[in-house]
Design a protein around this ligand. Sequence first.
Ligand SMILES: C[S@@+](CC[C@H](N)C(=O)[O-])C[C@H]1O[C@@H](n2cnc3c(N)ncnc32)[C@H](O)[C@@H]1O
Length: 366
Amino acid sequence: MSRVKCRYFGSCAGCQYQMLDYSTQLDFKRQVVEKAYRYFSGMPSEEVPGPLPTIGSPLQYNYRTKITPHFDAPPKGKAREGWQPWIGFDAKGRRMVLDIEECPIATPVLNEALGPARQAVKEKIDTYKRGSTILMRDSLQVGTSTTSEEEENHVCIQDHKATVRERVGTTLFEFPANSFFQNNNSVLVPLTEYVRTAILSPPGGQPEKQPRHLVDTYCGSGLFAITLSPFFESVVGIEISEESIRSAKHNVSLNGISDDKCDFRAGKAEAIFSVVQDLPPDETVIVIDPPRKGCDDKFIEQLLLFGASTVVYVSCNVHTQARDVGKIVRGSKGGYVLESLRGFDLFPQTAHVESVAVLRKPRMSG
Ligand SMILES: C[S@@+](CC[C@H](N)C(=O)[O-])C[C@H]1O[C@@H](n2cnc3c(N)ncnc32)[C@H](O)[C@@H]1O
């Protein structure tokens, strides 16, 4: 039986790995992490721990909670001749859009809505002067109160400004449809729990001082800050998007967490260090989760000056992560050790990997 579940596999640029069994996909991703650090960190091999086995996604198909099928505008003069767009995703190796009627990695509610969404565009295609994108997001029905996950009703949100709701374990998140949120909900409990365990139960034994303060940089609508807040006395998040910061503050009250505990600021990530300068670095953890381009040098300089005991760097681009981790380890002159590396499969069937690097200041002996 073929492993490939998509009729567009091989022509669509979206997935690369459907022909591989899942354990092979996970092992490929471990090798990607290993090679990224070998070639991009600039660190001697003895300072780079072998990546731990990649943590798989509970859902390997029907996991994507956001898709953005797109289409070109009618060529000049063609709109009234019944020209129909191809609506879908980029074709593999060709500068054209592939016409896609279903996407097996997207959630069921998005697949159900795809046909009507495509039809709506086709009916008014002559009104488009430029190509465009349909935003489609899987959301729990906002405004209903349910007691169990099984009862929760999923809907497809297409309005960019409408509120999307997702649940991560027992924590709810709401954010505007056009703002950032991780696209594979099924793996977010394992991911956030892994980060929590990495911080609070280091493999080398408990630190002299348990961390009490969490600083979540590039925090979006508060995924790490809010899910980890029960384990810290204070939590501060920073994020460039004011809209996401409004969501993070809303999500604090949505989950019944005290405002006094969580502080969220809009701004460039490096600005957080003037806010947290009075926190004790040996009892503070910094989570970093930047966009694909990684961290600015200004951020890394400030991070090194602050000197938190633990830094957890989460990234959807292991190559820029490796570069930045190399800068942090070298810049700290022996201060930080790269303790562990592990991939998380947020993107099954594709070649992408999310990577989690844990940096720690070694305990003073004696
Ligand atoms: C990969 S997302 C992570 C968001 C969040 N940690 C999560 O998992 O939902 C990266 C975030 O960094 C924000 N961002 C981009 N550049 C930034 C900067 N210079 N300073 C602060 N935040 C930035 C983006 O708006 C985005 O929300």
